[in-house]
Design a protein around this ligand. Structure first.
Ligand code: GRF
Length: 313
């Protein structure tokens, strides 16, 4: 059951424990506060008392759980969770409609604040492009992480593979996406004009399989990062992607694997490492089972590492 929840919510084991604690503490606190509030009103009829109590609890619960989630470091998760419940009840949609300005760029306006304005904190907005070629589970986690941070905006998804999952994510999240052409990427302007036009400040690679051309690195020096599903410098380089990496790790009978976040230079998986963390490799692991464990690590750490890089800490 717990593994099912972990997969459904795409969270690590530790995060699942913290989420369950939040539910438990939030639920108890809601009951407590609800009963206190009921003591303040005098209702004679039992049935009316029950209806009012249920109403109060229903209204209180989201606020209390959000409050408690801050202490367990799960505010981002619960904001998304309650947003989903709201959407299902038709509430969030109505809110979104009211928030969308009637400009001719509605796709950009729904992700966070309008791009030309400073973020909610008064800081100028950092515009990010995510480059991805695959399912986009990391892209989704990064989008979720920065959804409520007005000064950091995922402004563009760049993809080289028609039909890739990340394109559906872009359309669901109302983030503009471009499908790039190999010739133009490697022999043309590497899409630098388009990126500058969108005022992109920083590039995140999240499962992008093409090498980054020198023109792009020159245009964004020290502002392109990648995540690799192993402990670089081992198991990196050309052809080392997806399950090829994990199979190589298993074949070498490694006891540990992990993830590496690094700056991008002109070579595959080569720039300076920024962050690494490890997980076990078990004797009965397959490339698929190891990939699952690595993905959880990526989802837990990549957004936070990016936030740290952007904050300069
Ligand atoms: C991740 O494992 C990442 O390390 C690698 O590509 C994979 C992308 O997965 N660079 P997803 O598309 O984010 O699910």
């Amino acid at each position: 059951m717990f593994q099912g929840l972990q997969q459904k919510w795409k969270v690590s084991g530790l995060q699942l424990v913290l989420i369950l604690f939040t539910f438990a503490v939030g639920g108890s606190l809601t009951g407590f506060v609800g009963r206190r509030m009921m003591n303040l009103v005098s209702i004679e009829q039992d049935w009316l008392w029950i209806i009012v109590y249920i109403l109060i609890i229903t209204l209180l619960w989201p606020a209390v759980v959000l409050f408690v989630s801050v202490f367990f470091g799960q505010y981002g998760f619960f904001l998304g969770y309650l947003g989903k419940i709201g959407k299902r009840m038709g509430l969030a949609k109505k809110m979104n409609k009211a928030q969308i300005p009637t400009s001719d760029t509605p796709m950009e306006s729904t992700n966070s604040l309008p791009s030309h304005l400073p973020g909610a904190t008064g800081r100028p907005t950092t515009h990010i492009a995510i480059f991805a070629s695959g399912a986009g589970s990391n892209a989704q986690k990064i989008i979720d992480h920065f959804r409520r941070q007005g000064h950091i905006k995922i402004s563009l998804i760049v993809c080289n593979k028609p039909g890739a999952g990340v394109l559906s994510i872009a359309s669901k999240e109302n983030i503009p996406a471009i499908l790039i052409d190999k010739e133009k990427f490697f022999r043309g302007n590497a899409y630098t004009d388009e990126l500058k036009e969108k005022r992109i400040d920083f590039i995140i690679l999240a499962g992008f399989l093409w090498k980054i051309p020198a023109a792009l690195i020159k245009a964004y020096p020290g502002k392109i990062v990648n995540i690799h599903p192993a402990l670089l410098p081992k198991y990196g380089g050309k052809g080392m992607y997806g399950n090829h990496v994990h199979q190589a790790v298993i074949n070498a009978k490694e006891k540990e694997s992990g993830i590496t976040v690094h700056y991008v230079d002109e070579h595959y998986d080569h720039g300076d490492a920024i962050f690494q963390t490890t997980c076990n490799v078990f004797e009965n692991d397959t490339a698929e089972s190891l990939a699952q464990r690595i993905h959880l690590l990526e989802h837990e750490h990549y957004p936070r590492v990016i936030e740290k890089i952007l904050s300069g800490s």
